[in-house]
Design a protein around this ligand. Structure first.
Ligand SMILES: [Zn+2]
Ligand SMILES: [Zn+2]
Ligand SMILES: [Zn+2]
Ligand SMILES: [Zn+2]
Ligand SMILES: [Zn+2]
Length: 288
């Protein structure tokens, strides 16, 4: 529904009136045929019709557009009285700023916000009413913290009230303590399980390392023994070599003597072959 034309000061252009309610356009929308309507008026019409109410041209909600800008400007500039004029508000303002004024209008009728209070008054009397409202809540004048809403509440027993409050607090504390305890216990439990798991993993790792170490030790012992054996073999070979060298020297000396005596050479061939085979022996040992 639009704004009652009686509220406007001065002349209002015919084009700024709603084609349905004939009041001044409120939240205006325009059809392709240029006819303008209040948003609520045309939406209501299109629920049961599919044409323009003025010229019966086909019309759907999706065809509606905002009002032309120049018309919107004309509309916004119109001077209108506050809706609370009957309550004494003398405000006249542009249509554009009407909403802002009416929200804050001191003459606006309003209801008391205290639950159960039926009082209605102008906004400017709000503070005055709240100070005396029968339904407002106050704290006990004796300082127990009890909220006094009705006259009967004034007869309450402060000590009983405080005792109830204390009991509530105590049970809440016990409850919270219990919760904390349970949470700590479950956390400890899971940590303990975790530790046990870790310990068994570490234990098996230690066992594995131990067996690896004993295998290594056996290998080292075997290597040491074979090295000792090799050294003995080399020493033995050196001894034999020395002996053979002695033998060879002796034979050569003898040979020289015999040659000078006219005896054949081939006699020294065999000892020399034996020497060669001994010389090769230490080499084979190091390769192994
Ligand atoms: Zn209208
Ligand atoms: Zn039309
Ligand atoms: Zn007002
Ligand atoms: Zn009240
Ligand atoms: Zn009290």
């Amino acid at each position: 529904m639009g704004y009652d034309i009686e509220r406007f000061l001065g002349y209002v252009n015919e084009g700024l009136l709603c084609c349905i309610c004939r009041d001044v356009l409120e939240d205006p929308l325009q059809a392709p045929c240029e006819h303008a309507f209040c948003a609520s008026c045309i939406h209501g019409w299109l629920v049961h019709h599919n044409n323009c109410p003025e010229d019966r041209h086909p019309l759907a909600v999706t065809d509606l557009r905002p009002l032309h800008r120049y018309m919107r400007n004309d509309l916004n500039r119109l001077q209108i009285q506050c809706r609370n004029v009957s309550c004494g508000c003398a405000m006249v303002c542009s249509l554009e700023s009407l909403d802002r004024h009416e929200r804050d209008c001191e003459h606006r009728r309003m209801s008391c916000m205290n639950a159960g209070c039926p009082a209605q008054f102008e906004r400017r009397n709000l503070d005055g009413h709240l100070a005396v409202c029968e339904h407002r809540s106050r704290e006990c004048p004796n300082g127990c913290g009890f909220a006094i809403i009705t006259a009967e509440d004034l007869q309450h027993n402060c000590i009983a009230e405080l005792r109830t409050e204390l009991e509530l607090l105590r049970s809440e504390m016990i409850c919270r303590g219990e919760e904390t305890k349970q949470e700590m216990e479950s956390r400890l439990d899971s940590q303990r399980r975790h530790m046990v798991q870790k310990e068994s993993i570490l234990q098996s790792e230690i066992e594995e390392l131990k067996s690896q170490m004993s295998r290594l030790m056996a290998d080292v012992r075997a290597l040491l023994a074979s090295e000792r054996q090799h050294r003995q073999d080399i020493e033995q070979a050196d001894l034999e070599k020395k002996e053979l060298m002695e033998l060879l020297k002796g034979l050569q000396k003898e040979c020289r003597l015999k040659t000078s005596d006219g005896i054949q050479k081939p006699a020294i061939v065999r000892p020399l072959m034996r020497l060669e085979s001994i010389k090769r022996k230490p080499k084979e040992v190091t390769i192994i």
